[in-house]
Design a protein around this ligand. Structure first.
Ligand SMILES: [Fe+2]
Length: 503
């Protein structure tokens, strides 16, 4: 990210409607975690100020130094210290979703903190847009003004029985309001989800009892134009997911083919030699007790042994590779999201070239920003979005980017942890969004973001057959980090075959 880091930072502040002073930028660039500090600056900026000054950067860096001197790294943002200097770091951790324990002990208070964090984090991305003129808090909306805009969280969506207009119930920090999305208006073609944050331009009727009408909808979304993270040379990363070690259905023959490929044996040795990184998007092991009568599907019924087996399998990969792994819902870690990294007791047998992060995590590989999320929220988003399917996970991922949120729906199948910061907000905008969980394989692109649903290394289980899930296993996505070009390798027969999948 070296050469482009300045442009990235300037754009990051622009996206949050902040102007950064040249001296402030200079100082940020001397820090070893400039993106993490920038994000904290945006979060802490005193209400409404459009500037990031050198004094603000100095004050924040000093407080971070004090926090470091006082003890271990503060848990608030969950980020890890980067150990190598920037110019020598092909891997750079930007932020982990997990942000330490809840600050409030009462669940209601803790969830209020979480949702305030979500609202503020996403409202920052919407504020200042010309499409949202006359922006007001809900409490200060005046019918007499004729038109105004709000940024709000969707609490409820319902349809009027006769005319099929949509009525949205919206909340912000000051109050609640109902608004009407007329049938056949542009807004009616959008699908609104509970707990997503949107910007709405409203028109008020002269008749006071009528609901305001939604004239335009703005989603936080990924900016159309932004600096793109690209590696300076054509080095590559390979993306895997859902290994499910310990399962009887683990595809050991396909895995052996993958290992041989990465060791440079066979016809694609040149491609293999250009791979520096392996990313694994969760469900590293099959776990125990994850679904009814899972024990019948297990080859290893002790979870500690499953991680030992994971260690043995990862030791088979060449040592020169950097392996980055996040947990999934089958892993032995708190299931509520964001999930913390696996405990050191479980990862003690993993080779030293493996970095185990929380789920989700944002990191850069050779300057390419990657958001890695296992994808549990597919279980809520697919039923909630008409036409969505496990067979086409990238359509759901596109929607995640539009919302800039990985798991907006609260109270359904994806447990959300009431942490002080909403770590499921997608910030910064990534170059690659990778998920797993669906046990299929999908590639797409949206506004220069590569969407990648990485394939599983587990064959179909009885439980999946029952749930009508048809896996697409043993595909590996090899991505050139200099241009995000992609090659799909199919290991279902053991030896790799190039599959014409791409985008
Ligand atoms: Fe899985």
């Amino acid at each position: 990210m070296d050469g482009d880091l300045r442009a990235h930072l300037v754009h990051y502040f622009e996206e949050h409607h902040k102007l950064v002073e040249a001296a402030a930028l200079q100082l940020l660039l001397t820090d070893h975690q400039p993106l993490v500090v920038s994000r904290e600056l945006v979060e802490r900026a005193p209400g409404g100020t459009p500037f990031v000054t050198r004094e603000m950067v100095e004050a924040l860096l000093a407080s971070r130094r004090r926090a470091r001197a006082a003890g271990p790294a503060p848990p608030r943002s969950g980020e890890l210290e980067r150990t190598a200097p920037r110019h020598a770091a092909p891997f750079e951790l930007l932020v982990q979703g997990f942000s330490g324990p809840p600050v409030a002990t009462q669940p209601i208070a803790a969830y209020q903190v979480l949702f305030r964090s979500r609202f503020q984090g996403l409202a920052r991305l919407l504020r200042g847009r010309p499409q949202l003129p006359n922006l007001r808090p809900i409490q200060e909306l005046h019918v007499s003004e004729g038109q105004a805009s709000v940024i709000a969280m969707v609490r409820e969506v319902r349809e009027t029985p006769q005319r099929h207009h949509l009525i949205l119930t919206l909340d912000d920090e000051t109050g609640a309001i109902e608004v009407l999305v007329p049938k056949d208006s542009p807004g009616s073609r959008l699908q609104f989800l509970p707990d997503e944050v949107v910007g709405l331009h409203l028109q008020f009727s002269k008749e006071p009892h009528r609901l305001p009408r939604v004239a335009a909808v703005e989603r936080p979304d990924v900016p159309v134009s932004r600096p793109l993270g690209r590696a300076p040379t054509p080095r590559r990363a390979i993306f895997l997911s859902d290994l499910h070690l310990g399962s009887r259905s683990f595809l050991s023959e396909s895995w052996a083919g993958l290992v041989e490929f990465l060791q440079g044996k066979g016809p694609f040795a040149e491609l293999a030699a250009s791979i520096d990184h392996v990313v694994i998007a969760g469900d590293l092991v099959d776990g125990i007790g994850v679904y009814p009568r899972q024990e019948r599907d297990l080859a290893i019924s002790d979870v500690v042994e499953q991680y030992a087996e994971l260690g043995r399998r990862l030791h088979e990969l060449p040592e020169r590779l950097t392996v980055v792994a996040v947990p999934g819902n089958h892993d032995a870690v708190c299931p509520a999201e964001p999930q913390p990294p696996l405990s050191s007791a479980l990862v003690k047998d993993l080779p030293p070239n493996v970095r185990v992060l929380g789920n989700p995590s944002t990191f850069a590989l050779d300057g390419v920003v990657i958001e890695a999320y296992h994808g549990r929220s597919f279980d809520d988003l697919i039923p909630a979005l008409p036409g969505a399917s496990y067979a086409r996970p990238t359509e759901v991922m596109r929607r995640m980017l539009q919302m800039r949120h990985l798991a907006p729906i609260y109270g359904d199948r994806t447990p959300l942890a009431p942490l002080p910061r909403d770590g499921m907000v997608i910030d910064p905008a990534p170059d690659i969004l990778v998920t797993g969980h669906a046990h299929t394989y999908g590639v797409d692109r949206y506004r220069d973001v590569l969407l990648l649903n990485a394939s599983t290394w587990q064959a179909e289980t009885e439980y999946q057959r029952m749930r009508n899930i048809s896996p697409v296993p043993a595909r590996a996505a090899v991505v050139d980090l200099s241009n995000l070009g992609l090659v799909t390798l199919d290991f279902t027969g053991g030896a790799p075959r190039i599959e014409p999948v791409g985008a």
